[in-house]
Design a protein around this ligand. Structure first.
Ligand SMILES: [Fe+2]
Length: 176
């Protein structure tokens, strides 16, 4: 039913590299929040969950003398732009529907105001829920990026979320 599942994305080495950088536990939490918010707002839960999972994959490591430099990050960060591009490339490579890949990339691009000159952009409902999903999991001082989860537990969470999405999609297909 779906061209690409979360598990296909999760297991790809490119996703592993970048999701580990910004925190897999955070990525999974945001994917779950985006799924539930998507369901609540009658949006495509698969698109929402994928955008949630990949939203932070554009992060760069702003280290100076072996330590994270928050000022350097604030000044130079463009992670939503890089994330949108990386996610799009990965999704297309995995065989994702190109319209869906574009929708996910744009939701990643607009998931935060942090890099925008002003915070008055008008988001689509999907873009809005991905932003909310991220904010739901935020912890003070960026601590949400450092929560850890081992690979097997992370994988099980992803498989469970794939099942939830499939159940949702089957329900919708029945109604049509
Ligand atoms: Fe985030």
């Amino acid at each position: 039913m779906r061209d690409v599942k979360l598990i296909n994305i999760f297991e790809h080495h490119i996703a592993q590299k970048y999701l580990n950088r910004s925190g897999i536990a955070h990525a999974i939490a945001v994917a779950y929040h985006a799924f539930h918010l998507g369901k609540e707002h009658q949006l495509d839960t698969d698109t929402a969950a994928k955008a949630g999972l990949l939203h932070d994959m554009g992060h760069y490591t702003w280290y100076k003398n072996g330590k994270w430099d928050y000022d350097l990050y604030k000044q130079n960060d463009i992670h939503p732009i890089k994330g949108a591009e990386r996610a799009h490339k990965l999704l297309i490579r995995l065989g994702e529907n190109p319209i869906k890949a574009k929708t996910i990339a744009l939701a990643i691009l607009f998931h935060t105001d942090s890099f925008l000159p002003s915070n008055d952009i008008v988001r689509t409902p999907l873009q809005q829920i991905v932003k909310w999903a991220d904010e739901k999991d935020e912890e003070k001082g960026g601590m949400h990026h450092y929560r850890s989860i081992d690979y097997d537990r992370a994988k099980q969470s992803i498989i469970r979320l794939d099942d939830l999405i499939d159940t949702e999609l089957a329900k919708i297909a029945e109604l049509e």
